[in-house]
Design a protein around this ligand. Structure first.
Ligand code: HEM
Length: 511
């Protein structure tokens, strides 16, 4: 108020001259701040309800099981779809309902676009040097453009079609070979699918699948399995590793050597392997052989990026292609194995549309039940249950609540997809719920499995093409049932909601 009165008292002549302009500027700034503060005080927006926790550590103990999406969903039943929790000294607002989640990812994105990375992720992403973990800045826009043009955009996906077809054929061949050799033994679905998916991700990223590689910085030759572990498995595990200093930033000066060494070693190994893979491909390019892949594209087009940035972007393309599509397809096959009637319904649809021909991508638009199975699997088993954290960098309002600057935002996709106000019997796997959808794209966003708004998943098209053709072809060529005792294996693990135990199924070729 004083500031306002002071301004009113200013003589008109004071507006003349430099110092006066400066003074006027400061005063105006103070007024604006005062008015904004008053607005906030008088606004009907309140802070979100708080989940009670303990002094100092807040709700950390209640989150010690590594499945926060489930705990968040449980809390939503008691405290409502938006609430705040304390993770040590940090405040986090958790969104568990579609409307508000979409608001945060869409209309309010400009206030909530900054990524909040854990100490582990800071090291593993070389401080936001990959598309998915970067803030909305020039690097993001440049890198996103490269990834879409060379790999994930619709035209690029057309050019990479051959890799997807080869992958699905290889998997089916391996299933047939398994049945011939061990007709009554269950097949390890994940082992075969994961290995082929990794092959596809390498072909798209660096131009070829590899059996082994000599890694100079490690002084040893690594097998394909070891490369997979270093590039995919270890960083996925590292990404959810907890450094207690994440929760108490004011204690970051205290060393946590065992944590740092572990993550730094993962980073070092990943760096060494990526360098070796890139070096090998540089020799290929030098010998005059070009391949349509991300690496060749980056080397010739991405003039403004550093070598380290290119390395990180290539690694990103490998890890992202190798995981979530497997998670979705494995869960879909698990559900279909358990449900002979729905399996039959899918088979009839595929037979009706494809006749004696093998299902191909061109046929997908005529297979609504297959699409419904894909969406329902994404809903019930959201592979990315919580959107990578962001924080509010200017005061914002969400869902009718005031969210102050500095608050972390967790969007609980799993919680949104289990919301009883949106989904009838959310615990049931019921693809039919997607059959009445008029518009496939709208449904894709309804589950929000791919996020929403400016930062929605860039690999959604690839995931859909691979997963849908795979599910359709597998059911077209085999009859599926679970191995004895497999039904109760529904536990999950990790950053993405992997089935804890790989899927083991009994398959019988159809004639
Ligand atoms: C079923 C499979 C998949 C699911 C459920 C999924 C889900 C997601 C989610 C929830 C996000 C975060 C959105 C946000 O931050 O708001 C995301 C981002 C992203 N995903 Fe996926 N994803 C899948 C497959 C893929 C694949 C196969 C690729 C690449 C090969 C990929 C590449 C990306 C990239 C690059 C981003 C960052 C987009 C950006 O920040 O602008 N995803 N994905």
């Amino acid at each position: 108020m004083d500031t306002l009165l002071n301004l009113q008292a200013l003589p008109a002549g004071a507006a003349i001259g430099g110092p006066a302009v400066a003074l006027g500027g400061i005063t105006l700034f103070l007024i604006r701040k005062y008015v904004e503060d008053q607005k906030k005080k008088s606004s009907s927006f309140r802070p979100p309800p708080e989940v009670p926790g303990l002094p100092v550590i807040g709700n950390l103990l209640q989150l010690k099981e590594k499945k926060p999406h489930k705990t968040f969903t449980k809390w939503a039943e008691e405290y409502g779809p938006i609430y705040s929790i304390k993770t040590g000294s940090n405040t986090m607002v958790v969104l568990n309902t579609n409307d508000v989640a979409k608001e945060a990812m869409g209309t309010k994105y400009s206030s909530i676009s900054t990524r909040k990375l854990s100490n582990a992720l800071k090291i593993l992403t070389c401080d936001k040097s990959i598309v998915a973990m970067s803030d909305y800045n020039e690097f993001y826009k440049t890198a996103r453009g490269h990834l879409l043009t060379s790999t994930l955009g619709p035209n690029a996906q057309k050019r990479h079609r051959i890799h997807r077809d080869t992958m699905i054929n290889n998997i089916c061949e391996q299933f047939h070979a398994h049945v011939e050799m061990y007709p009554s033994e269950a097949v390890n679905f994940r082992k075969i699918f994961q290995s082929e998916l990794f092959g596809l991700s390498l072909k798209q990223a660096i131009g070829e699948d590899v059996k082994s590689i000599y890694v100079e910085d490690l002084g040893t030759t690594l097998s394909r399995q070891e490369i997979f572990k270093i590039l995919v498995i270890d960083p996925m595990e590292g990404a959810i590793d907890v450094d207690w200093r994440d929760f108490f930033p004011y204690l970051k000066w205290i060393p946590n050597k065992s944590f740092e060494n572990k993550i730094q070693q993962m980073h070092f190994h990943r760096q060494a392997v990526m360098k070796a893979l890139i070096e090998q491909q540089r020799k290929r390019i030098a010998s005059g052989t070009e391949i349509n892949c991300y690496l060749d594209y980056l080397l010739s087009e991405a003039k403004t990026l550093t070598e380290q940035q290119k390395l990180m972007l290539l690694w990103e393309a490998i890890i992202e292609a190798s995981d979530t599509t497997l998670v979705t397809t494995e869960w879909a096959m698990y559900e279909l194995c358990k449900d002979p009637q729905r399996q039959k319904r899918l088979l009839l649809e595929v037979q009706d549309v494809c006749g004696p021909d093998k299902l191909t991508e061109e046929k997908l638009c005529q297979l609504p039940y297959l699409a419904a199975i894909f969406h329902e699997t994404l809903r019930k088993h959201s592979p990315v249950p919580i959107v990578p954290l962001r924080y509010v960098h200017e005061d914002a309002q969400l869902g009718g609540y005031n969210i102050p600057e500095g608050t972390e935002i967790a969007i609980n996709i799993y919680g949104c997809n289990m919301d009883q106000r949106v989904w009838e019997s959310p615990d049931e796997w019921k693809p039919e719920r997607f059959l009445n959808a008029k518009d496939n794209t709208a449904e894709l966003h309804k589950t929000m499995a791919f996020g929403s708004g400016k930062r929605a998943c860039m690999g959604a098209l690839q995931a859909m093409l691979i997963s849908c053709v795979a599910i359709g072809r597998f059911v077209q060529e085999f009859e599926w049932r679970l191995k004895e005792g497999e039904e109760s294996n529904v536990d999950t693990l990790g950053l993405t909601t992997h089935k804890l135990h790989p899927l083991f199924t009994i398959i019988k070729p159809r004639n």
